[in-house]
Design a protein around this ligand. Structure first.
Ligand code: FDA
Length: 393
């Protein structure tokens, strides 16, 4: 006999577990299927192991999508405050790091336990180590052939996530299912991902590996003022992760290494006040010492400022506020936090995440073409879209 469920959710990640608990509390008989050996692996590795579970300042402007208005409805109906209330009901200690970014004080495990507890209380069944072999639409729902037998459901929710970090269980199954039902999938690419650089710059940056400083980076009319980290492979840190979602191969990044400083005026004043002072002295006041020295060597800014003409100072100021870098690429899905693109939202109801032309089929979370900025927005989308589908499926 084929086991029947009201709702089957494919994917025991953030969005899938949230959806399962929400549907379960409505009295629906829910099964969650996942091929991985453990649920919520990405939750556990998120936020450096402490899960940046939401952002109190999250607004639709923090999301990228080909259809930017799509996310508004779900985000409005399930807000960061709603998730925070849930976190507090479970007694999870948390702290606000950067403005609005809420992290667990102890461990990301607290958030996963919250979701698993909610699923248990809502009587949602979770079946791990289970491959989905095929899906067939029937007259009254969907029949799934799985590694642990055939199951049938009224409503099917796809919460398989994107392609980022394949070693954590990411596959393209969600996109394949979308295509099977005739939906269009927008091109995908890695987002919130470190940059790699060409060999020459890599060599120059190598001694600076581990150095971090606040910068203002811009590309394609977007800019972020956050810390940049030099790594042994290239450039990372929040500023670079954020801008990577807006970067296309071949684009340059303009990096202001001294945001908030009026370098030109500062250097002119310094030359007048202390003619023997050097660019290196100035840089050392504003940048980590190793970084200041390397920049100075790179550009050959030697000798006292009194030997610098106005045009020389202008050039120094311009280089510091407009350090142009053409990345070789990104580290790709291997380390990307998210996948940009995905199931085209024009085919979904923004209220319920249901496919408009295919009854009782839903897509939620990262598999959908909605991608947040760094800082807790992606989990907020997982919670909001999960609740939207869980309330309807
Ligand atoms: P998610 O990837 O969580 O879950 C998908 C599930 O589907 C997985 O359990 C997977 O095993 C399963 N699955 C995939 N293919 C399958 C198949 N073929 N068959 C069966 N099951 C399948 N966001 C944020 O807001 N704050 C943060 O701090 C971080 N930090 C962070 C760190 C790192 C290292 C990464 C990689 C990502 C983050 N993120 C983040 C992003 C966040 O993790 C991501 O947006 C959500 O996990 C997306 O939730 P989903 O449920 O959509 O996918």
């Amino acid at each position: 006999m084929v086991a029947h469920y009201d709702v089957i959710v494919i994917g025991a990640g953030a969005a899938g577990l949230m959806c399962a608990a929400t549907a379960g509390y409505r009295g629906r008989k829910v099964l969650v299927i996942d091929h991985a050996n453990k649920p919520g692996k990405k939750i556990l590795m998120s936020g450096g192991g402490r899960c940046n579970f939401t952002n109190l300042n999250s607004t639709p402007a923090n999301f990228l999508s080909d259809n930017p208005h799509f996310c508004i409805s779900a985000l409005k109906r399930y807000t960061p405050q709603h998730f925070l209330e849930l976190v507090e009901r479970h007694g999870i200690e948390h702290e606000e790091k950067a403005a609005g970014q809420l992290f667990c004080q102890n461990s990301a495990k607290d958030i996963l336990n919250l979701l698993l507890t909610e699923c248990e209380w809502a009587s949602a069944e979770i079946r791990m180590n289970t491959q989905v072999r095929d899906i067939v639409a029937t007259a009254d729902g969907y029949r799934l052939g799985t590694g642990s037998g055939t199951v049938h459901c009224d409503s099917l929710v796809i919460a398989c996530g994107g392609l980022s970090i394949p070693t954590m269980g990411a596959t393209g199954l969600g996109y394949d299912i979308a295509r099977q039902f005739g939906l269009s999938v927008l091109p995908t690419r890695a987002g919130l991902v470190p940059f790699t650089v060409h060999p020459e710059l890599k060599e120059q940056l190598a001694p600076l590996s581990g150095v971090s400083c606040p910068v203002d980076v811009s590309c394609n009319n977007e800019h972020f003022r956050e810390p940049m980290l030099v790594t042994h492979r290239g450039l990372s840190g929040p500023a670079m992760l954020q801008i990577s979602s807006f970067w296309e191969p071949g684009d340059s990044l303009a990096i202001n290494l001294l945001p908030g400083c009026s370098v030109l005026e500062d250097l002119v004043a310094l030359r007048k006040r202390k003619p023997q002072s050097t660019v290196a002295h100035y840089l050392a006041q504003h940048l980590p010492r190793r970084f200041a020295a390397a920049l100075n060597d790179l550009h050959g800014w030697t000798g006292p400022l009194q030997g610098y003409k106005n045009s020389d100072i202008e050039q120094v100021a311009n280089t510091l506020s407009h350090w142009d870098i053409k990345p070789a690429g990104t580290e790709g899905y291997r380390t990307a936090e998210v996948t940009l693109g995905g199931v085209d939202t024009r085919q979904l109801s923004s209220k319920t995440m249901a496919v408009l032309e295919q009854p009782n089929l839903y897509f939620i979370g990262e598999v959908v073409d909605v991608t947040g900025h760094l800082g807790g927005h992606n989990f907020q989308w997982a919670w909001a879209s999960g609740v939207a589908a869980g309330n309807d499926a």
